[in-house]
Design a protein around this ligand. Structure first.
Ligand SMILES: Nc1ncnc2c1ncn2[C@@H]1O[C@H](COP(=O)(O)OP(=O)(O)OP(=O)(O)O)[C@@H](O)[C@H]1O
Ligand SMILES: [Mg+2]
Length: 358
């Protein structure tokens, strides 16, 4: 199920309205906005509202893969098409047929692949690598980027004809600091979500003063950064500390409206939100706070510590899963888990796993 699009600001209401209109037309959509503003959430909501919602929503991150891999992922390949192609594999255009193909970070697609993409979008046909056969494809293309594609076009880094193909409907999501009214309902929503994920947490909601401060903060990492703070509050239960740790070196007037385009592989200071793929971010952010400065982040990262946290968490989930399956019969569960009864009791105690109270 897709995340509901939370927001009461004028711009968010307009976006919701646009989603309702566009979802039934399946016209190509380009979603723009800074990192963490909710581009993927909007894409998922478009899909959920559309007549294609019973088919696949296929995502590909154009920034995360090297050119050749991106090409084979998009179009698939025949057995023997290149070294290592031991068997035929369908591409995203095939798996997304009749559904949605979400081209994330389209601004990072290499020029050679942009030409090929344009051809596929114009003709509705593609051929897998190593094949001389053309296949028809019927995909609804939704693309997203945090680059200023107009600038990229001027610099000849993005093809103008492809831009106009993708940009039939444009949805620009403003940064959170320009729609402060969305902050209270977002806090309310994520508080509820995390409370059910971490039922033992003591974290309290912000009082009116704290809420006012939260609404004034510029949130350079947008909703993702706000989410991380709420998660942190669940554990630390100290809005004061969380505030102190928020990076303060981003006064709103210094934050560019859209981050400037950065050529691939350019060695630059690590910007966590730009450089990590979504999946990686969601895994790592469970154990470290990615919204802090790189310096603090590197201080917090310890592989040994994270390994222990991750393995504890997985163990806890597996133990709970098995216990639930066998109606909390510990003897049966220990046999399935292939550990002694005593070890199971020890782990249940350590991870605070107990049957639900009736
Ligand atoms: N309006 C919203 N309502 C609910 N959740 C939201 C909203 N906007 C963003 N989020 C949440 O914030 C996080 C970041 O959103 P998302 O991944 O869609 O951002 P993005 O714009 O694609 O960021 P990036 O450019 O870094 O890929 C996600 O966990 C998402 O669920
Ligand atoms: Mg995204």
């Amino acid at each position: 199920m897709s995340t509901p699009l939370i927001g009461v600001s004028k711009s968010m209401l307009k976006i919701k309205e646009l989603i309702n209109h566009v979802a039934h037309t399946c016209l190509n959509v380009l979603i723009t906005g800074e990192t963490g503003v909710g581009k993927e959430v909007v894409a998922q909501n478009l899909y959920a509202e559309s007549t294609r919602s019973s088919k696949n929503f296929v995502k590909i991150n154009c920034a995360a893969l090297p050119e050749t891999l991106l090409e084979s992922e998009l179009y698939g390949y025949e057995k023997g098409a290149f070294t290592g192609a031991h068997r035929k594999r369908p591409g995203k255009f095939q798996t997304a047929d009749k559904g949605v193909l979400f081209l994330d970070e389209i601004g990072d697609m290499p020029l050679a692949l942009q030409s090929k993409m344009l051809h596929v979008l114009q003709s509705g046909e593609f051929s897998p690598l190593g094949s001389d056969q053309d296949f028809k494809t019927d995909v609804w293309v939704i693309a997203a980027t945090n680059h200023d594609l107009e600038k990229s076009m001027k610099r000849k880094q993005f093809r103008e004809d492809l831009f106009y193909r993708l940009n039939i409907i444009k949805i620009d999501i403003p940064p959170l600091r320009e729609r402060k009214e969305d902050i209270p309902p977002l806090i309310e929503y994520y508080f509820r979500i995390y409370k059910s994920e971490y039922p033992d947490s003591q974290g309290s909601k912000p009082d009116p003063d704290t809420l006012a401060k939260l609404c004034e903060y510029p949130w350079p990492g947008n909703v993702r950064q706000l989410q991380n703070c709420i998660k942190k509050q669940m554990v630390m239960n100290s809005w004061k500390k969380i505030f102190q740790e928020l990076p303060q070196d981003h006064p709103p007037e210094l934050i560019p409206e859209v981050p400037s385009s950065r050529p691939r592989n350019e060695a630059s200071e690590i910007n966590v939100h730009e450089e990590l793929s979504d999946e990686r971010v969601s895994i790592i952010s469970q154990f470290v706070d990615l919204s802090t400065s790189s310096e603090k982040l590197f201080e917090d990262i310890s592989l040994k510590k994270i390994k222990k946290l991750a393995s504890d968490r997985v163990e806890r989930e597996v133990i709970t899963f098995v216990l639930e399956k066998v109606g909390w019969n510990r003897s049966k569960a220990s046999k399935i888990l292939k550990i002694s009864y005593k070890t199971l009791l020890y782990k249940m105690n350590e991870f605070k796993v107990s049957p639900p109270v009736k």
